[in-house]
Design a protein around this ligand. Sequence first.
Ligand SMILES: [Zn+2]
Length: 160
Amino acid sequence: VINDIRVGYGYDVHQFAEGRRLMLGGIEIPWHAGLLGHSDADVLLHAINDALLGALALGDIGTHFPDTDEKWRGADSTKLLNSSFDLIKRRGYRVQNLDATVVAERPKLKPFIPEMQDMIGRLLEIEPDRVSVKATTSEKMGFIGRNEGIAAMAVILLVK
Ligand SMILES: [Zn+2]
């Protein structure tokens, strides 16, 4: 019997900036540009973080980790995710599975997906086969198609 299940959804986007490290799903991807943001701008972990918070109607990443707070400048997004995951655990929930999509024209992300699944699984205390990370492009259309940035979406299921 499933007493309480909650679904959460998250979306995030960041623009590229030359000379920054490209962090995605908690791992560094070798690339000449990274994403611009107050933290390390890990767009995938941010979407997952928003999905986690959203599942329990706890607001969003912007309210928990405001970009006006110096504390979060250059912050490691794995630490932000840990902090949100703690809130979920304290309320008696765990993650059943998650499904995420990263939309990027370049670089090609497929080779890095297993490593991202391992990392996200470790962060959320689930096996990597419960972590789906998909990568797609924007078919050269729009801001993603012009290589101006990367977007990510995530859906997460929590069970009590
Ligand atoms: Zn973000």
